[in-house]
Design a protein around this ligand. Structure first.
Ligand code: NAD
Length: 296
């Protein structure tokens, strides 16, 4: 199956990109991991190494297998190198329509004419992306969840002109990497982000209006509703900038209920983007998240 699937190009080696690359390398597919410069692409591969080192240290994977997975990931800062001969291209670049259109436009010029162009967007229109790139039949939403190697769901998003063959290929690819897929029609925020961000948004409004503190709001959902992670901790994990971009888009597309709370915008302006920068609603330490100290 890996031979039928690979080689894969993953564009953007950040929070999601390196995890998506790991999913494919884990089934033996060769992955090209692209980012705007080589240090960022290499950092993505180093993050896969760090994740797998922990798994090996726990005795859950042989060191040789971890080496094999990392060895299948090739970082590059050249789009053409990444996509030449690729059967699948999955972009995990920032949540910005113009940026994604420009990126997939470059991909289209260098990738095979039948390569499937997947987008990991959390909220943007697959129909618009496909039309603007000029490859609407083979552009599809492949929405992975954080962290991709662990989360079981792949939300497949069908644009108005995505072909049946592209959808069928995505469904069988999901099975091959061990995911359970759902198929949703293109709508702002799809089935997942639309519900997920509204919960996070309400948690922030409750924090702002003094209903409860960060830990108690998170515990309310963790212990009362059996969510594996409270909405504020989850916002830290996703990235505050990513959530802000989604909320701004959903406010424009759906309405005021998605208006980003001021606290979110303030934290993003301060560069507190969540786990990836070490600080969001929590301070992220090697021992885990804790609340910021007074004056910190
Ligand atoms: P991130 O900020 O962690 O990583 C984005 C990466 O893209 C960075 O490494 C950046 O250098 C790179 N990049 C910037 N410009 C680029 C370009 N022109 N071409 C290629 N790469 C470029 O962001 P992320 O959290 O990985 O989000 C990426 C995408 O995945 C977004 O569309 C986001 O909405 C979506 N998503 C995020 C999550 C999450 O939990 N963070 C979950 C599902 C989907």
């Amino acid at each position: 199956m890996s031979e039928q699937i690979g080689p894969i190009a993953v564009l953007g080696a950040g929070t999601m990109g390196h995890g998506i690359a790991q999913c494919f390398a884990s089934i033996g597919a060769a992955v090209r991991l692209y980012d705007v410069d080589l240090p960022r692409a290499e950092k993505g591969r180093a993050q896969i190494r760090a994740v797998l080192d922990k798994v090996v240290a726990k005795g859950k994977m042989a060191a040789e297998r971890a080496d094999g997975i990392v060895g299948l990931v090739n970082p590059t800062a050249d789009v053409a190198t990444a996509v030449t001969g690729a059967r699948w291209v999955i972009e995990a670049a920032p949540e910005d329509m113009q940026l994604k259109v420009d990126l997939l436009g470059k991909v289209k010029a260098a990738a095979p004419a039948d390569a499937i162009l997947g987008s990991n967007t959390s909220s943007l229109s697959i129909t618009e992306l496909g039309a603007r790139v000029g490859a609407a039949d083979r552009v599809i939403g492949l929405h992975f969840f954080n962290p991709p190697p662990v989360m079981e769901l792949l939300e497949i998003v069908r644009g108005v002109s995505t072909s049946a063959a592209t959808i069928a290929a995505a469904e069988s690819m999901a099975k091959a990497i061990g995911k359970t897929s759902i198929l949703v029609n293109d709508a702002p925020g799809f089935a997942t982000s639309r519900l997920g961000v509204i919960l996070g948004c309400e948690a922030m409004r409750m924090l702002e209006s003094g209903v409860a503190g960060v830990v108690d709001i998170d515990r309310a959902m963790e212990l009362g509703y059996r969510h594996p992670m409270g909405p504020l901790k989850l916002t830290d994990l996703v990235g505050l900038d990513v959530r802000l971009a989604i909320l701004d888009h959903l406010t424009r597309e759906i309405g005021e209920q998605f208006r980003a709370p001021p606290i979110l915008r303030r934290l993003v302006r301060a560069g507190h983007l969540g786990k990836k920068t070490g600080r969001g609603f929590y301070v992220w330490t090697p021992e885990g998240p804790r609340l910021p100290m007074a004056g910190e």
